[in-house]
Structure formats: structure tokens, C-alpha cells
Design a protein around this ligand. Structure first.
Ligand code: NAD
Length: 699
């Protein structure tokens, strides 16, 4: 059932019923037009109310139809809206909860609209690199006024129905219902009032003018163009709304349609749609059914109140979950609490957090020096020093005190979760929860599944991640998990580039121009060069055949650990984050190059970007084929949310698809010929080679 039909007195009520948000997929569209035809054919029906069952009027297009011909199959959304607009009996849209995208466009095609208060109204298509393609850019400016409509279309942000209803001169809503509960009754009453109104009012017939016309649209273009550098959709939204003010309605509709279809084919829109789907898919674990029972997480213990522990605590406090922090020393506890206070106070100062909410959050925080105080917690997250011996001591204590069924998690970045699980008598309850720094800001959470981690533990933390507003991606246990494992070859290539002739600033600039938030050297300075150093020292022992540039070690031998020592690949003024190119470092690189008898060559930005990004892609392909990531989209989410990969490129694996896997492999074969590079490094992962040969993609 996707649309229900009922008659109440002389009014037909059509109720969208396609959970969860009454998406307007093909079967729903067919059901809608059938119901409309039935109402029009019934002589006893004088008016029609269109509403939605459950949690929405309609959230818009059916996302599962994206990119498939079904989205265009008749009756497509435009045709459905035209049918409702052309109805010979008044149609009243009764909207509540969520009225977005195609749902709002459908409501705009109805003759009258009544909204429940609190309804979120939006045209969010721009967030997928598109514009509303079923009349939204032509009808909303007519109904709401050009400026508020343009703001909604360009931002994609939801606006509450009561706010829209209060705008002077608006014709979007004829009535605001008293409450969501009375919406239907009030819609039926409105239907009686308007049953005999003729001609039926149509949004398309409303005037659409802006008094400052050209000047306003010029201003809008400047604003929007400045903000949306890598995306064409926002400016196209301005074009379409301007068309609404300058063209006949049907001509404007055609312009909107053509623009919509063109945007569909842009790489940015493909990337944004990929991300939208990948984010939803990431929360699903193939062998953990959606109905797996979850454990209740009512309180959390955090062990270690340092950089990560205090940030992790804030996530739970924000979500209303009580947190108890444990440290080995009182001064460390005090420092952790002070960090949390300072971060919350900064949010209060910026007006992002109300004082009373801040106090409520702090009231949920308690501290202890004794493991026995943790015994009632449902989840413990360990964030102590990155040292297996220290972790062992912590997990033995946790195993001793925690109640049966409690989940024991480690925030380790590099250690083996299976080994940590083996420190306890309950490896089924142990997993990795790898937060990223700053943990109260970064959206990514790598959930590391140990060999014995129970399915209900995984189901629980995937749901918990949503509660604390993280995007969780599951990784198997491998060196560095998904994100840091891929950083290793990326860093190795960055090192080779220095040996061959680049400066750190040149490499960073090329990567930042490509779109990374930070190039590899600035990123390493931020994270601490000593962290990578420790990893390399271990890898020199474990994998002596791997080739690394020595420059990063030379840097660390000088104590240049990055921002925290005011010196790394760059120089830093204490307390500031601006990276100042360092002559000392450039000299060090040149001396090292000379010691290797290398004559530097000029390396193009294109080569820099390809070598670094293709290094990520190849390692991503290995992770995928070895089963440490469930999908290519999961790897993309890790890089987009944790490593500053440019959004409009959709993550490394999506970018590989865009470049073409064949082309990626060809370039890798070229790089393998470079005697200063490492031919073994550029051996394509079997999965990549196979997909490239078959002309396939990672999706
Ligand atoms: P940190 O040095 O800032 O904090 C560690 C805290 O643990 C200190 O406050 C210390 O007093 C406390 N501690 C040490 N031994 C303890 C014990 N036996 N019992 C109780 N408390 C103890 O370190 P951090 O940067 O917060 O890192 C913590 C963990 O998170 C590490 O495993 C690290 O690899 C991981 N991690 C760090 C980052 C990052 O960017 N800093 C990112 C992801 C994961």
C-alpha cells in the first residue's frame, strides 16, 4: 500500500503511505494518480485532501530510484503534479512533520495548502548537487516571494511551517493548523469552505517579480558563487529562480528541467549522491541483521581523560548519557574536566550552547580514581597511552569489575584489537571504537570488529553512533584499520616526492588545490610527526622490504614533531597554526637528496596528486578485497569524514571510478617505471587490476 483512499462525507482523503517518509517512488506515483482519478470520477466527492501517514507528509523522491530510469518513468513526478494541478475539484494538501523536495513540489501543485505547526519544509536537492526538478524553482518563488524562496532553494535547509506562514504576503500556506493532531479535521473543514471555489487557484498563475530584478540576482550570484566554489548547482538554482521572474511559467519549467538533467550528469552531483547513499549504507553490516537485539547503553565509563578521552566524553554528555571518567592520577582527571569545561564554554560564548544546557551536561559527568566505581557502566571506552602493556593493565581491570554484558572498547589507533580482547575473559564483548581528533567535532567513528566481537555488540554500537551523531564505518582488524592503513602508502609517496625534487609546501599546495583540507605534511605536523615515526619504526622491523624515504625520520631526529613543538615540516609561531615554510627543512631535504646522488627534477602538480591519490586507491582496493571494509563506499566515508578528502570528489574510491579504473592502472604502470619510485609499490591490487581489465568500477 503506498497511497490510501477513503471518503469522509463529500471529501476524498488520499493518504500517502510509503514508510519511512512517504517517498514518491514509481508505485506511489501510480497509486497517487489512481486515487486522484477515483476521486474525480466519484460524483459524491466535492473536494480532495492529500496528506501523509506516519512521520511525514512526504520526504520527496525515492532515493533508491536515483540514477535509474524508474525516476523518469511515467507517471513521473512532473506528470503527477500536473494531474493534481489540473484536477477539476479542489485539492487541499495537508502537510505535517516533513514536507521536502518532491513532497513540497507536489503540495505546490495542489490548489490549497494547510500546514501543521512544526513541519520542516525544504527543497534540499542542492545538497545532492541538483536543483528541484519538478517545478519547485518556478512555484516556490511565486508562492513565497523570490528572496525567501531563493534562500531555501540555494541552502536546501528546512524552515518551520509557522515561520513560513508568518512571512508577509506569502501564499504557500492558506492556513496554519492549530496542532498536528487537528490537521486532518481542519483540512476537512477547509475542504468544505473551498468546495465551490472556481476558478481553482493555481500557484503557476501567481505573479513572480522582484522589485530590484537584475541587481538582486547579481548580488545573489556574488554571494552564492563565493560560497559554492566547487559546486555548480547553487548558481544554477539562482538561474532557475531568475527564470521564474523572467519567463512564462511553462518556459521556466522547461528551463528548470533541462538544468536539472544537466546537473544529474555532473561529477559533483554523482559524488554527492554517492555520499548520501554511502552514508546510509555504512551503518549496515552485511552479516548483522537489522533486527539484531541491542544492549542498553545507559551510562558510559571512559578510561583516560587526555586529548581523546575528554573529547569522547563530550559526545555522550551531549547525547544525555552519563559519563564517569577514570584516571590514574587526580591532576590528570582535573585537567580532563577542565578541557571539557573549556570546550563547552567556548560553545556557550559562540551562542551554540545555552548556559542551562551546558550545566545539564556537566551534571552528567563524574570522575573517579577507582575501577570499582565503573562496575555499573554499560560501556567502557579506553583512551589511555598507546602502549599495549598499559592497555593490558586497563583491560584486565575492566574485565574484573565490569558487569556481565558490558561492552569494552578501545580507542587505539594502531594496536591489535584481537590481542586486546584476549586480555579479557570476554572477547565477544570487546571491540575498537576509533574516534578522530578532536573527538567532539569529527564525525567519523571507525568501529573495529574483532575476530570474536558479538553481533549484538556491533548492532549496539552502530545504533549508539547515530545517537552521538557520528557516522560509523566498520573496519576489520588490520594494521591502521581502514583510514591509517591507507595513510601509510600515501605518506610513503609523499616522502619519495621530496627525495625526487619537491618541497613540502609544493606537495601540500598541489593536494590542497585538488581539494584536500590539508596536504600530507601540514596534516602530519598537526597530528604529530612522532606518531608516524613510531609506526615506521615498527614497520621497519615487521616489513623490512618496504621502501621509505628517510626524510621524515631525519625530521623527527631533530625533534621537529610538528605544531606541538612549533617546528615540523614547517615552522610555527607558538600558539598559532599558520605553517611557515622552513629553510632548515628545505636544506635538510636537499642535503639528503645530495647524499643519495639524486638530481632534483621539476614535478608537476598533476603527478603529485595522482601519485598520492592513486596510492590511497590501491591500498583501498586491497582493504576491500581482503574483506576489512564491507564496501568501497565505506572507505570513501572514512576519507571524507576523517581525512579531509574533497567532498565534491566523493572519496578516493568514487574518484577512482570517475577517473576510470583503467586509467588509474595505466598511470600506476607509468609510475612503476620511475627508478626513484618503488616498482613493487605500484603493483595494482588484484581487485583493482581485475575490475580495470573488465571495465568495471568499485561500485
Ligand atoms: P593523551 O596522552 O592525551 O591521554 C592519555 C591519558 O591516559 C592521559 O591523561 C593519561 O594520564 C591517561 N592514562 C595513562 N595510563 C592510564 C591508566 N593506566 N589508567 C588510567 N589513565 C591512564 O593521549 P590521547 O591522544 O588522548 O590518546 C589516547 C588513545 O587514543 C591512544 O590509544 C591513541 O592512540 C588514541 N587516539 C589518539 C588520537 C589523537 O589524535 N590524539 C586519535 C585517535 C585515537
Amino acid at each position: 500500500m503506498t497511497a490510501e483512499y477513503a471518503v469522509q462525507g463529500n471529501v476524498a482523503v488520499i493518504t500517502l503511505n510509503n514508510p519511512p517518509v512517504n517517498g514518491l517512488g514509481l508505485t506511489t506515483r501510480v497509486a497517487l494518480t489512481d486515487a486522484l482519478a477515483r476521486a474525480l470520477a466519484d460524483g459524491a466527492v466535492k473536494a480532495i485532501v492529500l496528506t501523509g501517514a506516519g512521520k511525514a507528509f512526504s520526504g520527496g523522491a525515492d532515493i533508491t530510484e536515483f540514477g535509474s530510469p524508474k525516476a523518469f518513468q511515467e507517471p513521473n513526478l512532473l506528470s503527477v503534479i500536473l494531474a493534481f494541478e489540473a484536477a477539476t475539484k479542489p485539492v487541499i494538501a495537508a502537510v505535517h512533520s516533513v514536507c521536502m523536495g518532491g513532497g513540497l513540489e507536489l503540495a505546490l501543485g495542489c490548489h490549497f495548502r494547510i500546514a501543521a505547526p512544526g513541519c520542516n519544509v525544504a527543497l534540499p536537492e542542492v545538497k545532492l548537487g541538483l536543483l528541484p526538478g519538478a517545478g519547485g524553482t518556478q512555484r516556490l518563488p511565486r508562492a513565497l516571494g523570490v528572496e525567501p524562496a531563493l534562500n531555501m532553494i540555494v541552502s536546501g535547509e528546512p524552515v518551520k511551517s509557522e515561520l513560513l506562514f508568518s512571512l508577509p504576503g506569502q501564499k504557500l500556506f492558506d492556513k496554519l493548523a492549530t496542532s498536528p493532531d487537528t490537521l486532518l479535521a481542519e483540512a476537512l473543514a477547509l475542504a468544505q469552505d473551498v468546495a465551490d471555489v472556481r476558478p481553482l487557484p493555481l500557484v503557476r498563475q501567481l505573479p513572480c517579480i522582484h522589485p530590484q530584478g537584475d541587481a538582486y540576482f547579481q548580488f545573489a550570484r556574488n554571494m552564492v558563487g563565493g560560497m559554492a566554489k566547487h559546486f555548480s548547482a547553487p548558481l544554477k538554482c539562482v538561474d532557475a529562480v531568475e527564470a521564474a521572474t523572467k519567463r512564462q511559467f511553462d518556459d521556466g519549467l522547461r528551463f528548470e528541467r533541462d538544468t536539472f538533467v544537466n546537473l544529474m550528469w555532473t561529477p559533483e552531483s554523482r559524488a554527492l549522491r554517492h555520499i548520501f547513499m554511502a552514508e546510509r549504507a555504512a551503518s549496515k553490516i552485511p552479516d548483522v541483521p537489522a533486527d539484531t537485539a541491542q544492549r542498553a547503553i545507559k551510562s558510559v565509563a571512559i578510561i583516560g581523560a587526555g586529548t581523546m578521552g575528554s573529547g569522547i566524553a563530550m559526545n555522550f554528555l551531549n547525547a544525555g548519557v552519563p559519563v564517569k571518567m577514570l584516571e590514574s592520577r587526580q591532576d590528570a582527571l582535573d585537567r580532563g574536566v577542565a578541557t571539557i569545561r573549556k570546550n563547552f564554554e567556548a560553545q556557550v560564548k559562540k551562542g551554540k550552547l545555552k548556559q542551562d544546557k551546558y550545566e545539564q551536561r556537566m551534571a552528567l559527568l563524574s570522575t573517579t580514581l577507582s575501577y570499582d566505581d565503573l562496575k555499573d557502566a554499560d560501556l567502557a571506552i579506553e583512551a589511555v597511552f598507546e602502549d599495549l602493556g598499559v592497555k593490558q593493565a586497563v583491560f584486565k581491570e575492566l574485565d574484573r569489575v565490569m558487569k556481565p554484558g558490558a561492552i569494552l572498547a578501545s580507542n587505539t589507533s594502531t594496536l591489535d584489537i584481537n590481542q586486546i580482547a584476549a586480555f579479557t575473559q570476554r572477547p565477544q564483548d570487546v571491540l575498537g571504537l576509533h574516534f578522530f581528533s578532536p573527538a567532539h567535532v569529527m564525525k567519523l567513528l571507525e568501529v573495529v570488529r574483532g575476530e570474536q566481537t558479538a553481533k549484538d555488540v556491533l548492532a549496539t554500537v552502530m545504533a549508539l553512533a547515530k545517537k552521538i551523531r557520528k557516522t560509523a564505518v566498520m573496519s576489520g582488524v588490520c594494521d591502521g584499520f581502514i583510514g591509517n592503513r591507507m595513510i601509510d602508502p600515501y605518506g610513503r609517496q609523499a616522502g619519495f616526492l621530496l627525495d625526487e625534487g619537491c618541497t613540502p609546501a609544493q606537495v601540500d599546495k598541489a593536494m590542497e588545490t585538488f581539494g584536500f583540507a590539508m596536504g600530507p605534511f601540514r596534516m602530519s605536523d598537526l597530528a604529530g610527526n612522532d606518531i608516524g615515526w613510531a609506526v615506521r619504526k615498527r614497520r621497519y622491523l615487521e616489513a623490512p622490504d618496504l621502501k621509505y624515504s628517510k626524510t621524515a625520520d631525519l625530521l623527527c631526529e631533530q625533534g621537529r614533531f610538528g605544531q606541538k613543538t612549533s617546528a615540523g615540516w614547517y615552522d610555527y609561531v607558538p600558539g598559532k597554526r599558520d605553517a611557515v615554510p622552513s629553510l632548515e627543512v628545505v636544506n635538510m631535504i636537499e642535503d639528503h637528496r645530495a647524499s643519495l646522488d639524486i638530481t632534483p627534477r621539476k614535478i608537476s602538480d598533476e603527478e603529485i596528486v595522482q601519485r598520492l591519490v592513486f596510492a590511497l586507491i590501491n591500498e583501498g582496493a586491497r582493504i576491500l578485497e581482503e574483506g576489512f571494509a564491507a564496501r568501497a563506499g565505506d572507505i570513501d566515508m572514512v576519507y571524507l569524514l576523517g581525512y579531509g578528502f574533497p567532498l565534491w570528489r566523493g572519496g578516493p574510491m568514487n574518484y577512482a571510478n570517475e577517473v576510470g579504473l583503467f586509467n588509474v592502472v595505466q598511470a600506476m604502470q607509468r609510475f612503476a617505471q620511475n627508478p626513484l619510485d618503488d616498482a613493487a609499490f605500484w603493483q595494482p591490487a588484484p581487485l583493482l587490476a581485475e575490475l580495470a581489465a573488465e571495465g568495471k568500477t568499485f561500485s
